[in-house]
Design a protein around this ligand. Structure first.
Ligand code: NDP
Length: 277
């Protein structure tokens, strides 16, 4: 499995697993846990979750999947913006730790920008780091102006990652935000890497995948994995899909194939507002 280096120097897998919509339906629980566990077996050991997902339910699913094997995983969770105050983020993190049944989150993100000053959120993250409740911190859905502001906040340049909507059909961040993050050694986590499966129905991608002997999901993921400092976190509660996605890690796109995808899915021609889901 390809790895990506965090600003601290630590290596994490470039292909992980998302968990949005997990933990909502009790009857789906067993399948969700099984899918995450197969993913872990296949090397998709970075697991992304959030207190928002099923209001804590997804974190509980992750906790169950990690029973007896916590040390194999790199766990990412996120704090709601309305909880991201100096004290609120600490309390929210403690609730997440309980649901995850762990004593430390590997990477803790601000889910999107809210009303609390970034400086306060950073202070809370630093306090959580000091006591060992989180190891790294980062943000999500922050645009270039937000990132510049964060960079100037005391301690703000320690941000490890920005988790953003990024896939073949959503390339706006390539214009300015992605280069800015790369120049500073920050990792980008591409969320909704297959656009919640909608991308897989795109005729051009289907044709590309068929001609190159992969599935559309594998082509879309391989395109992300071929980029420096990029982590992709597809979500799947299906063992078959997890296996299919994990196999994307073994498929490297040649320059000519990337150029073909550039013709099918145009890179940005100018600045645009940050896309979000
Ligand atoms: P994805 O692009 O990962 O797509 C998930 C959907 O695709 C599910 O319906 C899944 O169904 C299906 N799927 C997965 N693999 C395959 C496959 N190989 N073939 C066919 N269908 C497939 O969307 P998400 O929005 O879930 O994004 C991924 C993760 O990113 C989230 O789960 C979450 O952790 C994170 N995220 C973060 C956000 C943020 O604001 N920071 C916003 C959105 C997502 P099935 O389960 O049946 O396989």
């Amino acid at each position: 499995m390809k790895q990506v280096r965090l600003p601290s120097g630590e290596l994490v897998p470039a292909l992980g697993q998302g968990t949005w919509y997990m933990g909502e339906d009790r009857s789906a629980r067993q399948a969700e846990v099984a899918a995450l566990q197969i993913g872990l077996d296949l090397g998709l050991t970075l697991i992304d979750t959030a207190e928002m997902y099923a209001e804590g339910g997804a974190e509980e699913v992750v906790g169950e999947a990690l029973a007896g094997r916590r040390e194999q995983a790199f766990v990412v969770s996120k704090v709601y913006p309305h909880n991201a105050s100096r004290l609120g983020a600490i309390a929210a993190c403690e609730r997440s730790l309980k649901r995850l049944k762990t004593d430390c989150i590997d990477l803790y993100l601000l889910h999107w920008r809210g009303q609390h000053p970034l400086a306060e959120t950073v202070e809370a993250f630093e306090a959580l780091q000091r006591v060992g409740k989180i190891r790294h911190w980062g943000v999500s859905n922050l645009d270039l102006d937000d990132m510049r502001e964060l960079w100037d906040v005391p301690g703000g340049s320690a941000c490890a990652a920005n988790q953003l909507l990024y896939n073949l059909g959503r390339r706006g961040i390539e214009w300015a935000l992605l280069p800015w993050l790369r120049e500073r050694g920050m990792v980008t986590m591409a969320y909704s890497p297959i656009e919640q499966a909608r991308l897989l129905r795109q005729p051009g991608l289907k044709d590309f995948a068929r001609r190159h002997g992969v599935t559309p999901a594998q082509a879309a993921l391989a395109w992300l994995l071929g980029q420096e400092g990029m982590i992709a976190i597809p979500k799947s509660a299906s063992v078959a899909h997890v296996r299919e996605n994990a196999a994307a890690g073994g498929f490297t796109l040649e320059a000519v194939q990337r150029a073909e995808l550039d013709r099918l899915f145009l890179p940005p021609a100018g600045p645009s507002a940050l896309d979000m889901l």
